[in-house]
Design a protein around this ligand. Structure first.
Ligand code: UDP
Ligand code: MG
Length: 316
């Protein structure tokens, strides 16, 4: 029987563990009946400190493994370790907090199995489409920026919640980027992909592990690892200001030489110094971001470290 791996990273999800176990149990039953697939569950303990792993070990049934990482590496990297540990012909990635509705999971599996020409079926957050206009505008601008002049397009609001055939999952494993902007990596991989809109459920319990600031950081990661456009914009602005400054300088010299006009020195000096200084600092900061990404790649540390792997017993 072909195998479906359900992969789910978790960080301190003690409260949702039991509901999750029930969720995958019914999914295993339905998937076996409807699609003739066996199911293995691969959980990744991304540095939990609340004893979640012990809880999952109590409540999980069937064929499961828990990859316990040595500390918190972040969801993006935890997912990679889960895929690495998985053996399935198909890989389904869902959140441990059950925000990905059961019906949508089944729908995503069904869509992939129904079309042999598809390699990946991913979810698109439909609730993001009705956001306030400043946020929607920001998102548009962000995707414009990172998609400018690329050979692949990063779709808006595509999530980690997706199913992939083994070939695509293996492709994901070959990408060893240290700072991971998953949306970009999925798009970079290529393959035949299809998006399905859905609205996430509220969390089953507990609270989100994503502070707002982390989202901003992730956007910056998206830009620095997928786009040189900001660098080019800054360079273009620099050249523009430089030329304007030179023209202004020539004008001043002409005025003094030809008409003997007294040019006010202080205001013009302050203006040019602050304009140039400001842009210089901004560009330096941006350069620093790119260099920081480069340093992480050059050090070439492993993506993650596994502390221990827990398995379901042979009797189960
Ligand atoms: N998560 C993780 N490592 C982290 C942060 C989150 O494995 O460093 C897991 C978390 O337990 C959950 C999933 O990633 O299963 C999504 O996280 P969360 O629900 O906090 O994010 P949101 O749904 O609010 O975007
Ligand atoms: Mg969540």
């Amino acid at each position: 029987m072909p195998l479906l791996s359900v992969i789910s990273p978790f960080l301190n999800e003690w409260d949702t563990a039991e509901a999750f176990a029930r969720f995958v149990k019914s999914m295993s039953l339905e998937v076996r009946q409807r699609f003739g697939l066996d199911v293995e569950v691969v959980l990744v303990d991304d540095g939990s400190t609340d004893g979640s792993t012990a809880r999952y070990r109590q409540v999980l049934e069937g064929n499961w493994r828990i990859v316990e990482l040595s500390r918190n590496f972040g969801k993006e990297i935890a997912l990679v370790s889960g895929v690495e540990e998985s053996r399935g012909d198909y890989v389904l990635m869902i959140d441990a907090d059950l925000q990905h509705p059961y019906e949508v999971c089944i729908d995503i599996i069904n869509t992939l199995l129904a079309d042999p020409d598809l390699d990946v079926v991913y979810s698109i957050r439909a609730d993001r489409m009705q956001e306030s206009w400043p946020r929607a505008f920001g998102a548009k601008l962000f995707y414009r920026l990172i998609n400018g002049g690329q050979r692949f397009v990063i779709p808006e609001n595509a999530g980690d919640f997706r199913i992939m055939r083994r070939e695509a999952a293996n492709a994901l494993l070959t990408i060893r980027d240290k700072r991971r902007f998953n949306k970009g990596l999925y798009a970079w991989m290529g393959f035949r992909q299809k998006g399905i809109p859905y609205t996430p459920d509220p969390r089953a319990a507990g609270k989100t592990k994503w502070p707002r600031l982390a989202l901003a950081a992730l956007s910056l990661e998206g830009i620095t690892s997928f786009s040189a456009v900001p660098l080019r914009i800054m360079s273009a602005i620099g050249v523009g200001i430089g030329c304007a400054g030179m023209a202004y300088g020539v004008e001043l010299i002409m005025k003094v030489l030809l008409f003997g006009t007294d040019v006010p020195g202080y205001p013009s000096l302050m203006a040019s110094i602050s304009v140039l200084g400001g842009f210089n600092l901004a560009l330096l900061g941006l350069l620093g971001e790119y260099i920081w990404v480069t340093i992480a790649e050059v050090k070439d540390r492993p993506l993650y470290i596994v502390r221990r792997i827990h398995r379901s017993g042979p009797s189960q």
